[in-house]
Design a protein around this ligand. Structure first.
Ligand SMILES: [Zn+2]
Length: 98
């Protein structure tokens, strides 16, 4: 019975509803040190109280956008190039740039 209500006659106490099987928030309470246990937002590991879908607007919609050097895409591109160069140097391939 994956994600479906187990319909057994008169067994309402032991019935498992789909919302009970939904993924839970991975955050831990600062005060009680217990897990949040609220349902996580779809596509996130945390609930709406613990930072899901948060943050400022991306790219040019953000007021601090100047040149695009620090966008997630640019950072990922630099990371990829760096990894490629590191793999070349560990493999003993010498690259010459002019
Ligand atoms: Zn939470």
């Amino acid at each position: 019975m994956e994600g479906r209500l187990a319909r057994t006659e008169g067994d309402h106490l032991n019935a498992v509803y789909p919302f009970q099987k939904s993924p839970r928030c991975s955050a831990t309470s600062k005060r009680s040190r217990k897990p949040c246990q609220a349902p996580a937002v779809k596509g996130w590991t945390v609930c709406r109280f613990h930072g899901a879908r948060g943050g400022g607007p991306k790219g040019k919609r953000n007021g601090m956008y100047r040149h695009g050097l620090c966008t997630n895409e640019a950072i990922a591109e630099r990371r990829l190039i760096r990894e490629l160069l590191q793999r070349c140097s560990t493999a003993g391939i010498k690259l010459r740039f002019r």
